[in-house]
Design a protein around this ligand. Structure first.
Ligand SMILES: C[S@@+](CC[C@H](N)C(=O)[O-])C[C@H]1O[C@@H](n2cnc3c(N)ncnc32)[C@H](O)[C@@H]1O
Length: 201
C-alpha cells in the first residue's frame, strides 16, 4: 500500500480513538496548537460543522465559559455540552444568518469554515463550488467577527485560490496558507489561517 494511504488510515484511526467525529478534527487541533486561534472563554462560529469534529475541538479550547455555534445544512447530532449551540441551515440564506445573530451574545472571537459542496470528482467544478462557499463564509465572518478576531478557512486548491487568498489578506492583518501533517500531502485541501480581522464599519 502506498505510504500516503497508510498515513491517512493512521490519522483516521487516531481521530476515532480520541473520540472525534471527523478525521479533520486532528488537523484543526494541530492548527490551534500552533497558531493560537482560540482561547478559553471565546465565542466561536463554525460554518459547515457536521458531523461535529471541529465543534469538539473548538469546545475543548473555549472550555466551559466560552460558546461554540455550529451551522450546517445537515442535522448535527447533539454534543454533551450546553455551550455548543447547533443550527441547521444553509449559510447562503439570510434566514440562517438571522438565526446565527439570535444566538450570539456578542461579536465572535473566531470563525471556522470547513464548508464544502458534495464533490463530483471533476476538480475544476468542485474547486469553483468550494471557493464560492468559502467566500460566503467570509461574508458571514464579516458580519459577526470582532475587530482583531481570527479565522480558519479550509480551501480546495485551484485556479481561484490566489484571488481568494488576496481577498482574505485585505480583511485580515495576516492570512497564511498551512498544510497540517494530518492532511494527506496528495490532497488538494489547504487551510488559510487568518489573524487580526480589520472591521470596516
Ligand atoms: C467537510 S464537512 C465539515 C466537517 C466538519 N468540519 C467536521 O469536522 O465534522 C463540510 C460540510 O459543509 C456542509 N455544507 C455544504 N454546503 C453548505 C451550506 N450552503 N450551508 C451550510 N453547510 C453546508 C456540508 O453539509 C458538510 O457537512
Amino acid at each position: 500500500m502506498p505510504k500516503k494511504h497508510i498515513l491517512g488510515d493512521y490519522h483516521y484511526r487516531r481521530a476515532k480513538e480520541i473520540g472525534y467525529r471527523s478525521r479533520s478534527a486532528l488537523k484543526l487541533r494541530e492548527i490551534f496548537s500552533k497558531h493560537r486561534i482560540v482561547r478559553k472563554g471565546d465565542v466561536v462560529l463554525d460554518l459547515g460543522a457536521a458531523p461535529g469534529g471541529w465543534l469538539q475541538v473548538a469546545r475543548e479550547y473555549v472550555g466551559e465559559k466560552g460558546l461554540v455555534v455550529g451551522v450546517d445544512l445537515a442535522r448535527i447530532a447533539p454534543l454533551p455540552f450546553n455551550n455548543v449551540v447547533l443550527i441547521q441551515g444553509d449559510i447562503t440564506s439570510p434566514a440562517t444568518v438571522e438565526k446565527i445573530a439570535e444566538v450570539l451574545p456578542k461579536p465572535v472571537d473566531a470563525v471556522l469554515s470547513d464548508v464544502a459542496p458534495k464533490f463530483t470528482g471533476i476538480h475544476d467544478l468542485d474547486h469553483a463550488r468550494q471557493i464560492h462557499l468559502a467566500r460566503v463564509s467570509l461574508r458571514v465572518a464579516e458580519h459577526f467577527l470582532k475587530d482583531g478576531g481570527h479565522a480558519v478557512f479550509k480551501v480546495l486548491m485551484g485556479r481561484e485560490f490566489h484571488d481568494f487568498l488576496k481577498e482574505l489578506q485585505k480583511h485580515f492583518s495576516e492570512a497564511i496558507t498551512v498544510k497540517p501533517r494530518a492532511s494527506r500531502p496528495s490532497s488538494a485541501e489547504v487551510y488559510v489561517v487568518c489573524k487580526g480581522f480589520k472591521r470596516m464599519d
